[in-house]
Design a binder for this molecule. Structure first.
Ligand SMILES: [Zn+2]
Ligand SMILES: [Zn+2]
Ligand SMILES: [Zn+2]
Length: 172
């Protein structure tokens, strides 16, 4: 089940991504209405920019994007917006890239599990509750209480993996 979802998430080249962005913004309004906090214009725009990039995006890139639209924007403006979006589960931080991606299912509490393509940079979030439970249980076995859990796996996405081959990635 999880593998199927991950594959679907990687299949990002053949759809109207505007639909994804609109769905993400609608979900964000919904989450804020239910759990408090205002989706201010800046927070909303930062979320939209993160989604528009399609790939994990760093804070400096977002600062650049927003400054181009509004004139000089102070870094704390971006960091506060990012903190809010992280706190509401609307985006995830990819630790190994120090970058952010939009979450496809912000209404459900879950930990992040990411597949990151080393060739093209595409990233897919995999939701697999069995994995969550297994990791939490393994930590509990050694009396460790997990507060935050992010799994990041590097490899090749379906586009960069030649059919039936295990060798070199295809350029695209
Ligand atoms: Zn999309
Ligand atoms: Zn997520
Ligand atoms: Zn790839």
């Amino acid at each position: 089940m999880g593998a199927t979802q991950a594959h679907a998430a990687f299949d990002q080249h053949a759809h109207d991504h505007r639909d994804c962005i609109d769905a993400a913004l609608a979900a964000a309004e919904d989450v804020c209405a239910r759990h408090g906090g205002q989706l201010t214009k800046t927070r909303r725009r930062v979320l939209e920019l993160i989604w528009a990039h399609r790939k994990p995006v760093g804070a400096y890139q977002l600062l650049d994007d927003l400054s181009r639209e509004r004139g000089r924007v102070a870094p704390p403006t971006i960091y506060r917006a990012i903190d809010f979006l992280l706190d509401r589960g609307l985006i995830h931080r990819i630790e190994s890239l120090n970058a952010f991606v939009g979450c496809h299912h912000p209404r459900e509490r879950h930990s992040g599990c990411f597949l990151i393509c080393r060739a093209c940079g595409a990233t897919a979030e995999m939701v697999d509750t069995r994995l969550d439970r297994a990791l939490t249980a393994a930590a509990a076995d050694v009396a460790f209480r997990v507060e935050r859990q992010t799994v990041e796996m590097r490899g090749l996405c379906p586009v960069c993996t030649p059919d039936g081959a295990t060798g070199d990635p295809v350029a695209h």
